[in-house]
Design a protein around this ligand. Structure first.
Ligand SMILES: [Zn+2]
Length: 377
């Protein structure tokens, strides 16, 4: 099928897929950097799914998604169990690769590593890492509180305890949804511990509405609201010389400045004690702390920045020496981490970071291909 016939045949589906992806993807309280992914089943064969290395709001009818033969990938998860494989992740990525279709005229892109669970869910899938759902997903009390909160919100759900992303996660989602089914209906909301949330439905609007409803309800339970989210921003710094590369930027998020001064944290809060995989991917190895001095004083020394993001402990300032896209991702992630930690504690609950085993899987995953694919863009 050529590009023109593919985009023409599935014009309506692609417009809705694009709208859902851009609507959720333009909010940094819903996804930070290249996090999250979306998909749309076009008919009984093709599924469009966000491509690895792209941001949700980059999806258009012509770009930033891969096309998968989803019944083939779904069959892999329905016909097998994880115990059947010596290396279940390898088998899962091979199945996703085999099911990926080349459409003439469309760019050949690698599907999101989370393609598996998209294949087994409903027509539209919206998977995000919202700072509201992650209050539940990153609190030690989350698994116990989920039923009470979701009864108030009025939606059935499944809660999947932390499991490594990829094939194992897809198998776990399948099992958890079946266990949570009510009157033969599988839940449309799936919480992923220390990770995020998945919403699935028959239309893009149903997913967007349910996603808002669940996040609004969670924010309210935790004593916050969407209007409390500080919308992280950057500002340019004047270049020392015309040829200064890469460009220097600084944080322009007053909430973050204040949080860095007032909240308790160490470098490890950001780079080691990860709340979710994307925090490791975006922050580990990228952040340094200067315990004394200010950004202004530092710039007068002419010294090179010690990391892509340098935090000034005394002033709460953050200096960035990297691309604007990467700086924005780090700024959003720093803000999300402090926002989630502060809000969980304010509710009198306990912040529960990822386990050592979970972190080491992410650090070694496909020789960090995942990290590179989503952080470097
Ligand atoms: Zn995710």
């Amino acid at each position: 099928m050529s590009e023109s016939s593919f985009t023409k045949t599935y014009q309506i589906q692609l417009a809705e897929f694009t709208r859902m992806s851009q609507t959720a993807g333009s909010r940094s309280d819903y996804v930070q950097g290249g996090g999250g992914n979306t998909s749309c089943k076009m008919d009984d064969e093709y599924m469009g799914i966000k491509a690895s290395g792209f941001q949700l709001n980059q999806i258009t009818p012509e770009n930033a998604y891969a096309v998968i033969d989803y019944p083939a990938l779904r069959n892999f998860y329905q016909a097998n169990t994880p115990e059947q494989f010596a290396d279940v992740e390898k088998a899962g990525s091979a199945a996703a690769k085999d099911a990926t279709r080349t459409i003439a005229g469309l760019p050949v892109l690698r599907p999101s590593v989370e393609a598996g669970f998209h294949a087994i869910l409903d027509n539209f899938v919206l998977h995000t890492h919202p700072v509201y759902a992650n209050l539940l997903a990153c609190a030690a009390e989350g698994p116990q509180l989920a039923a009470e909160i979701m009864a108030k919100i009025g939606e059935n759900f499944a809660f999947v305890p932390y499991i490594n992303p990829g094939a194992q996660l897809t198998f776990a989602i399948q099992t958890a949804r079946h266990a949570a089914s009510q009157n033969g209906r599988l839940p449309a909301v799936v919480f992923l511990q220390n990770h995020g949330v998945i919403i699935t439905g028959s239309t893009a609007q149903a997913c967007l509405d349910l996603h808002d409803k669940v996040n609004d309800g969670l924010a309210m339970y935790f004593g916050t609201s969407k209007s409390a989210w500080p919308n992280p921003k950057l500002a340019n710094l004047p270049a020392a010389t015309e040829s200064t590369e890469p460009h220097l930027l600084k944080s322009a998020t007053p909430w973050l400045t204040e949080a860095l001064i007032e909240q308790p944290w160490t470098l490890e809060t950001f780079t080691v004690q990860a709340l979710y995989p994307d925090q490791l991917v975006f922050l580990t190895g990228q952040v340094a702390v200067l315990e004394t001095g200010s950004l202004e004083l530092f710039l007068t020394t002419g010294a090179p920045a010690p990391a892509k993001a340098t935090i000034f402990r005394e002033t709460g300032e953050v200096l960035y020496q990297c691309s604007a896209t990467e700086a924005q991702t780090i700024e959003e992630t720093l803000t999300a981490v402090l926002f989630i930690r502060k809000t969980i504690r304010a509710k009198g609950l306990t912040v529960s970071p990822m386990s050592e085993a979970g972190k080491s899987f992410i650090a070694n995953w496909e020789s960090e291909a995942y990290r590179k694919s989503i952080a470097a863009k």
